[in-house]
Structures are given as C-alpha cells and as structure tokens.
Design a protein around this ligand. Structure first.
Ligand SMILES: Nc1ncnc2c1ncn2[C@@H]1O[C@H](COP(=O)(O)OP(=O)(O)O)[C@@H](O)[C@H]1O
Ligand SMILES: [Mg+2]
Length: 453
C-alpha cells in the first residue's frame, strides 16, 4: 500500500517536470532569458520545490534558490537525461538541513535514527532545442512528508502485528493450560495408582474426551481396587484354610510324641484323624491349584466329541457308595444323551461337585434327583435334593470362593468352599451357565446349561 502511494507521487512529479520542460523549451532556446526566470520562479512555487536548469555540460544556469548558479551538478539523474539515456529520471538523496528535526515516529526516537537530514527527490527532464538535448530541467522537492507517512504506516502496522502476536500467544497459553491441566492431573492419578493408592479418583470436569478418559481411568482404578481386595481376601482365606488342618495335625502329633503309654486304640484314632486332615489339606491345595490355573487363563479345555449323559452316569456311579452310606436314593432320569464338543474331564468335575454337595447337604434318608434333557440348543442338567436348603441371603454368595453357609458342618464334611466357584468357572469356560434355587428346609436345585455340539 505504501509502495503504490509512493510510486504514484513519483510518477506525478516526473510528469510535472516533463510537462514543464516542454513548456519552457522555447524560452530556453530563445534569447528571452529574462522571461524565463520569473516563469521558473512561479513554476517552482506552484510545484512547492526548487527548480534548476543546467546546460549541456551540466553547469547550472538558473536556480530558483539562486545558490548553485555556475556550478556543475554531479547528479546521476542529470547525467542520464543529458546523455539521452532516458527521457526522464529521478533519484532520492538525503540532504542535511539546518537544525534538529523531530523524530517522526516513536520507534525512530527509541532507535535514535538520524533525523538531521531530510529525504529529497530530484526529478530531471531534458530540455530540447532543435532536436538536440540542450540541457536539463531539475525539480528538487522534499519527500520527507511521504517518507514520514510511510514510517507512521510502518509503525501502525508493527503495532497491529505486535498486538495480534500477543493475542495469539495469550490464546495459545490459555489453550495449553486448558488441555494440559487435566492431562497433568490424570498422570498424577496414574502415578498414585502405580504407587499402590487405588482409592484415588481424578476429577472429571465437563463431558469432553478428557472427561471420558478421566471417567474411564476412575472406573479402571476402582476395578483394580476391587481386584486388589479380592486378592487379599483370597490369600487370607487360603492361608486360613491351610492353617486349620495344620494346627490340628500339630496338636495330634504332639500328643502322640509326648504321651508315653498311649492306648493303642487311641493312637490308631489319632493317626486316622491326622490322615483325614492331610486329605483335607491336599484337597484344598488341589482346588486352589485348579482355581489359580483357571484364573491365569492357562487352562485350555481339551474338547472332544462326548455324551454328557455318560459323564453324569459316571459321576453318580462314583458317588453311590457315599449316598448308600447316608441311606439316600439317587434317581437318574436321562431324556437325551446330549452329544457335545466339550472337555469330559472338566464336566465330570462339575457333575461330581454338585451331586456331592447334594448328598452332603441332605440328611440321611433324603432323595436326590439328577435329570438331563435338551432344550433348544442347550443341554440342561438339573440336580435337586431334599436337603437343608440355602437361606435366601446366602444364595448370591454360594459361588464365591471359600463361601460356606455353615462353616462347621462344611468342614466336618470335608468341604473347602471352593467347589462351586470351580464349577462356575468351568461352566463359563464352556459358554454355559449355572444357577441355583433353594427353599431352606425343603431342598435345593442346581441347574447347569451347556451349549450342545
Ligand atoms: N445342595 C446344597 N444344599 C445346601 N447347601 C449347599 C448345597 N450345595 C452347596 N451348598 C452350600 O454352598 C456352600 C459352597 O459349596 P461348595 O463351594 O461346594 O463348598 P463346600 O466345599 O463346602 O462343599 C456349601 O458350603 C454349602 O453351605
Ligand atoms: Mg462342595
């Protein structure tokens, strides 16, 4: 913008000088030199500058300031015009002026720019006489005003640019704060969690992506917290389960050691007790190992074509001595062989555990019904008993690890409280489900559903 403004001014000045040169041609070539000077003065006044006329040698003949007459001018633009290299030429020069000018811009004042000199423009045009260049007309005007306005334009552009830059920086800073604050908070939360503080929750401002991330993090730390508690609970339960038989064994062994003249019958009884406690220990350890195996996802099902009916019959056969001992009747009703592609060993564990529970938690003389049929794409195994039943408040927990409704009775019957949680895990691995219904004092029914084929 400044450039085109300046170019316009220059062009106007150059054409002024060329026009004047043409108008003055007659006066210069003629001898009416006396007419020339007043005209020159008048033109200089109307152009607001200083006019000079030089001859073909570059020597000043007329100067409206009267200073340079007779001297030779060594200006490039005069030389160009005199030697016919161009029809008009101009140049800009910094000339010293009397006294100190005021700096045009605050920037110049700060940088202490030299303002003792002003910019002048020298516009030259040839004076023709009989087709030849007889001299040159030179207009000298101050262009300081234009330069000043360019400088102030530059200053205001700098100011606008500076303000815009400041605004952008401010905004960037603000956005960075808005974006990084939640990130910093989240990473602080992660650090606390790494250090073992699972109860810490990060704040959830708004509902943008960051808030979603924070919510997901909180959910995750809650899960980790729950897992951590479950693990602690599991370890403490397991230790307790192992400790009880060990204390009993220690007590019995000590009695055998220190009682010199023990009755052989009593001694036999003690040894029998020790044997039972060892069985308990090994069944707890075995169940624990099975659970840990399932938990660590290392357990692979060994699937094969099998008939669930065979597995059920086999479990009943293995448990029939126990049922006979308790004078219980086990009735088996198989409607469908239920062919499936599954792990027979694992499913035998399921059947055995549930039927064993039914026998254990049913008083002598009770009845146990084992029914197998297919429904749609599922095999349905129902095991019901006429036993003690499970109170409603305990029902949701029977599949929990180490959970026993009646601790004393379960221990007495050799239970670990792990059987049903193993059952549930195995059924889930087979993409099936296991549910329980019970009426205290009336009996209990466990229902296992497994996909056929
Ligand atoms: N058929 C049933 N009748 C009554 N209670 C049962 C029955 N099956 C399981 N329970 C209850 O559920 C608890 C958990 O069973 P389980 O995991 O097999 O452990 P346990 O080693 O004690 O048998 C048992 O201690 C018992 O209190
Ligand atoms: Mg059991």
């Amino acid at each position: 913008m400044g450039d085109s403004l300046f170019a316009d001014t220059v062009r106007a000045r150059a054409s002024d000088v060329s026009d004047l040169a043409v108008a003055l041609e007659d006066d210069v070539s003629g001898d009416s030199a006396d007419d020339l000077y007043p005209r020159l003065l008048q033109a200089a006044r109307s152009l607001g500058g200083r006019l000079l006329i030089v001859d073909a040698d570059g020597k000043v003949r007329w100067d409206t300031f009267g200073e340079q007459s007779g001297r030779r001018l060594a200006l490039a633009e005069v030389y160009t015009v005199l030697h016919g290299e161009a029809d008009a030429d101009h140049g800009f020069h910094q000339l010293a002026v009397e006294g100190q000018r005021q700096a045009a811009s605050p920037l110049d004042a700060i940088t202490r720019r030299d303002v003792s000199r002003v910019w002048t423009g020298c516009f030259a045009a040839p004076l023709m006489s009989g087709g030849a260049r007889a001299g040159a007309l030179l207009l000298v005007v101050s262009v300081q005003d234009t330069v000043d306005s360019l400088i102030s334009l530059r200053d205001s552009m700098l100011a606008v640019f500076g303000a815009a830059l400041a605004a952008v920086l401010l905004l960037a800073g603000l956005i960075t704060r808005i974006v990084t604050r939640p990130v910093a908070e989240l990473s602080a939360g992660i650090e606390r969690m790494t250090a073992g503080d699972y109860q810490h929750r990060v704040r959830v401002p708004g509902k943008g992506e960051m808030a979603q991330l924070a919510a997901a993090f909180n959910q995750m730390s809650e899960q980790v917290h729950n897992l951590d508690e479950a693990r602690n609970q599991f370890v403490s339960n397991a230790s307790h389960e192992l400790k009880t038989p060990l204390s009993t064994i220690k007590l019995l062994v000590e009695s055998l050691l220190y009682e010199e003249n023990m009755d052989p019958a009593l001694r036999r009884e003690f040894l029998g007790d020790i044997d039972r406690e060892i069985d308990r220990l090994s069944s707890v350890v075995g169940d624990l190992l099975t659970l840990v195996h399932i938990d660590s996802h290392k357990l692979k099902l060994r699937r094969e074509r099998m008939l669930l009916s065979d597995t059920v019959r086999e479990s009943v056969r293995r448990l029939s001595p126990l049922a006979r001992k308790r004078k219980q009747e086990v009735r088996v009703a198989i409607d469908d062989p239920c062919e499936m592609f599954a792990d027979p060993g694992k499913l035998a564990q399921v059947c055995y555990n549930i039927i064993e529970n039914a026998i254990k938690y049913t008083p002598e003389g009770g009845k146990i019904d084992v029914k197998l049929h297919s429904a749609g794409r599922d095999a349905v195994l129902e095991i019901s008993d006429t036993g003690v039943g499970i109170p409603a408040e305990d029902l949701p927990h029977v599949f929990d690890r180490f959970y026993r409704v009646d601790k004393a009775r379960s221990r007495e019957t050799g239970g670990t409280g792990l059987g049903l949680s193993i059952v549930q895990q195995i059924v889930r691995l087979h993409a099936g489900s296991v549910t329980v219904q019970s009426e205290p004092g009336q009996g209990t029914t466990f229902t296992v559903q497994l996909p056929l084929k």
